[in-house]
Ligand binder design. Sequence first.
Ligand code: F6R
Length: 658
Amino acid sequence: MDKDFGNGDADLTQLEKIPTRVFETALEGSKYVAREIANLVKEKAAKNQIAVLGLATGSTPTKIYDELIRIHKEEGVSFKNVITFNLDEYYPMDPKRLQSYHRYMHEHLFDHIDIPKENINIPDGTLPPEKVEEYCKEYEKKIIDAGGLDIQILGIGRTGHIGFNEPGSSKHSKTRLIYLSKTTIIDAASDFFGYEYVPKMAITMGIGTILIAKRIFLLAWSESKGRIVAKAVEGPVTSEVAASFLQEHPNTTCVIDRAAADHLTRFKCPWTLKGATHEIEIHFDPQMIVKAVVWLSQKVQRPILRLRAEDYEANGLSSLLRQEGDAFQINIKVFSRLRDTITGWPAGGKPQNVDVPYKKAKSTKPQKVVVFSPHPDDDVICMGGTMIKLVKQGHEVHTCYQVSGNIAVFDHDAQRFADFVTEYIKAFGLPGLEKAQEIETKLNEFLKTKQPGEVDTEAIQTIKGLIRKTEARSAAMTCGVPRENIHFLDLPFYQTGTVKKKPLGPEDVEIVRKFLDEIRPNQIYAAGDLTDPHGTHRVCLDAILRALDIFEKEGAEWYKNCEVFLYRGAWQEWEPEKINMAVPMSPDELYEKRLAIFKHQSQKDPPLFPGDDSREFWQRSEARNKLTAKIYDDLGLTEYEAIECFVNLRELRKYIKI
Ligand code: F6R
């Protein structure tokens, strides 16, 4: 750990009822837990004893398993003396299916270490209903007979579930069959290619089963887990948040990354902690000052320039007053910082450069701009207004779609387009009718018997990819981007035909590097989601970051002056203290942006992967842009209809490791 996040500082962690260690990245946290597990396994082996591990699935523990495999292969730690019990399995579930936790555990861990097969225990999703109760009792007994769980690792669901102990689960619950909550089913929908295909039940260890483990690690990575982690760690013990019962366990550590820690009081508003006014030393760096002042302004509902020393003092911020001098100085500093983020000329180009004096003048020459979009619609959803402005202001704008997004197209749309092509060929008497009919017939035959979650044929994947490609082109052209400036990278990591993707490889990075080297832009925009439902945005960002690191190392001349901005995907927005550029939109521009989003017809009414928000993308996007404008307005800045906001990569890297 190379950063001190106040771990172990009793003043800062006073509200944390589960001891919590915050690591800078998920990888560092995972390595720490993997090391604890490996140490236990070695200690037990030295004493000729068995180590009993309780294991979890999902996206959270994968890096721990990677690290355990590495430790096994490179350090020779054997798992021959290990017995494992998994937390849960969907019910019903065939162990061979893509989504089965049996398959997951073998692919992520067991196939790569020397654990004896007979030592592996995972709840059986194939049992007939009448046998489940008896089986669950046996599962409990087996854990006890093995000597009880030495270490249990846990992820946390958005409902606060651990295992599949959904809200309402009792503290004393044991292994049993339960119904999944709606939120959990929505979260699993993308793995199952649709809400309706997710099993409605699961077999899970109970909270009582988990609580008798000798040592527990509760893990969470990424901002999507921030709120629920704070509830589990700082909130009351309640069956509404199963993980909160861990507060009563004597040996649990919550291990999280910095992003998942964002809602803990020590990060969110440490100045509200008891003793903050006088005893707790809070260091206010420039970003923290903005965060505190925005918080204060929102709390007392007064614009920044009207905040008084009394407001600071009454709300735990007298240490900020002491650090910075007087209230008005702080107000002016934060106000100016936020005001300077606002620009209607994101890449410069303003005629005669008659910008207001407080703003650093940007070039008046047309700039080359690359807008990366992970999926084919993120560009217009998240920064369509800025794209429209950039084009109108005479810049050379390129859009670049990183993956095909083909898995998010409904089968019926593929059928409709295949039908269209056949009719088109017929209508114009074109050659190739037989081939087109053959493709269409095969497609219809396959879809007649397609099972939920079954991988599409290559032809169907191609058709679905084309649907998204042509929608993306149409949307970008609606923003004024010329056809020849619209690029599709089809990064190989995505091309598995399933929701599960390959890890990012050097070939992906090389494709991005080569593309950028050909254009050598003055400005780059990329989706800065550090998490998203299937992780694709994060992988796409990593491909760009790794390519940029190559230019940085090479000392590429064009890159030295290139600005890199990150926008946020459909799921969240940047916090005001992080924003470096805020681009306002007029009501008409907002409407133009909506029309561009409308071009993504396959993602409308409803999209295949809606996530936890049932609104359409244009609605979410407009609401978000209007909210940002409202936040700026309430802080006392100029009132706009809507605002798109961006973070400068080099600035962000001063605060977080990405
Ligand atoms: C998995 C399990 C669940 C997950 C939780 C978080 O075995 O029991 O409780 O740990 O749903 O899932 P991810 O890690 O995918 O966010």
